[in-house]
Design a protein around this ligand. Structure first.
Ligand code: ATP
Ligand code: MG
Length: 266
């Protein structure tokens, strides 16, 4: 069991010429393996800032991120371990894959960096990961990103994220750039992989319907503050916060949205 604790996270961005902007204000939550938390909120509410701090693309102004009770080490083996344990899937599968490199290269790199399997087994492991994300290895392994569809590219990004065998995954709007017709397929794949590997997932989205369907808990961010956090059904059916109610009333009815599946949670 892996536990990620976020405590009192504050992020102030310096803005050239106009002071600063408080993007996160005292954010705290705990994510455990096996659990999916949806992080929802309007554009600019600070969702990606949380993702960037967790993946260390940004540094928090104050507050702590603890993995199994220990702060993220600044360097060395401890930092490598943290990066292996927590992986990210980005919104734009085109921008996150290098256009000059093949699918094989993208997935091989984390396998080699984290010494996941012995050298002689790297090729077989790349193929296993492609099958895991429901891509035909023979068809896709030597292609470059532009030779794949958007959905296929996002599947490669997911395979790459899982290559290091992480315990935790941060998915920042993983399907919002994909065609509506294939979004549910990619989200279902993520949910299957989450269950198979007992992953802890932070699922960042604008979409309350999929947040409810795919998550145990929903956390609502408004102007950088967590205004509501609780079991997914409670947050949707009995929102305590006015802002959550407004968000819910502005979004499609999840029951209708999933009519034809099971009408609710999987
Ligand atoms: N590097 C940066 N420098 C200055 N301000 C930033 C920077 N990154 C983000 N911001 C600001 O911080 C706030 C939160 O941004 P963030 O990207 O976290 O929002 P978000 O909830 O992910 O929005 P969206 O739903 O549009 O992706 C916004 O006001 C944004 O303009
Ligand atoms: Mg964002």
């Amino acid at each position: 069991m892996t536990t990620l604790e976020v405590r009192g996270l504050t992020k102030r961005y310096r803005i050239r010429g106009s002071g600063s902007l408080l993007a996160l204000d005292d954010v705290s939550f705990t994510l455990k393996s096996g659990q999916t938390i949806a992080l929802v909120g309007q554009s600019g509410s600070g969702k990606s800032t949380i993702a960037k701090i967790l993946t260390q693309l940004e540094r928090a102004t104050t507050g702590d991120v603890l993995l199994d009770g220990k702060p993220i080490p600044r360097r060395g083996r401890g930092l490598r371990h943290y990066r292996q344990q927590l992986r990210m899937v980005f919104q734009d599968p085109f921008a996150s894959l290098n256009p000059y490199h093949t699918v094989r290269h993208h997935i091989e790199r984390p396998l080699e960096l984290d010494h996941v399997v012995p050298r002689g087994e790297v090729d077989a492991e790349v193929r296993r990961l492609l099958e895991l994300v429901q891509l035909d290895p023979t068809q896709t392994i030597d292609r470059r990103p532009h030779e794949l569809s958007g959905g296929q590219r996002q599947r490669v990004a997911i395979a790459r994220a899982l290559a290091s065998r992480p315990s935790l995954l941060v998915a920042d709007e993983p399907v919002s750039m994909l065609d509506v017709s294939i979004r549910l397929g990619v989200l279902n794949l993520l949910a299957d992989l989450q269950r198979q590997s007992d992953l802890g997932v932070l699922y960042i989205t604008h979409d309350l319907a999929t947040a409810r369907h795919f998550s145990d808990e929903i956390m609502v961010l408004h102007h950088g503050r967590v205004v509501e956090h609780g079991p997914a059904d409670d947050v949707i059916l009995h929102p305590k916060d006015e802002y959550t109610r407004a968000l819910r009333d502005a979004s499609p009815d999840p029951e209708k949205h999933f009519a034809g599946t099971d009408g609710g949670r999987a």
